[in-house]
Design a binder for this molecule. Sequence first.
Ligand SMILES: [Fe+2]
Length: 207
Amino acid sequence: MDSENRNLGRQVFGKSENIGNILDLESINSLICEWVPNEKLRLHIYQVGNLMKKWAQKLLLPEVDVKKWEMAGLLHDADWEKWPELHCRKIVEYLEEKNIDPEVIHAIASHSPSFFGVEPVSDMDKMIYAFDELSGFVHACSLVRPEGYTGMKVSSVMKKLKDKSFAAQVSREEIEDSSKGCSVGLDELISFVIENQANVTLPDTQK
Ligand SMILES: [Fe+2]
């Protein structure tokens, strides 16, 4: 992957007149179904969607914002499998064409600043950046444990983070940088991820 090619080259997405415009869950699910045949990627998408939803609820945000956070999580990697060269650009442009809320599009565009060149600004931006790599890492930890997520401890995830040969593709720098960026300690983030993605499965229509 060449980070140069992924740079979106701008910081502004969507139009302010579209604030509040989101897709309903049914439309999001059918888009994921169409764009993401790979079940592993789909599970990651639903895990990040759930983490974003649960964090927004923890912040006691209004229901409309909870839906925005969830939507950003669910769509952040929607274009990755079918358009790897256009990853992020494709989904951003699709949502702009659909006149979707600019805050949702900005969050998706900033989920990996080193690739897309978009700095996280809002809380939604900062949390999607914080959850993306960490979600994948915690899931990787669950796959090497016979008990999966059951009994998983924050300390054992921290230990695995230090072992650079484990899940080597997961960027430790991004995990550290994003934790600093959202001012939430890594311990708290890991604990939240373990608790809130252990039971995430694909929707019935996608099994
Ligand atoms: Fe992701």
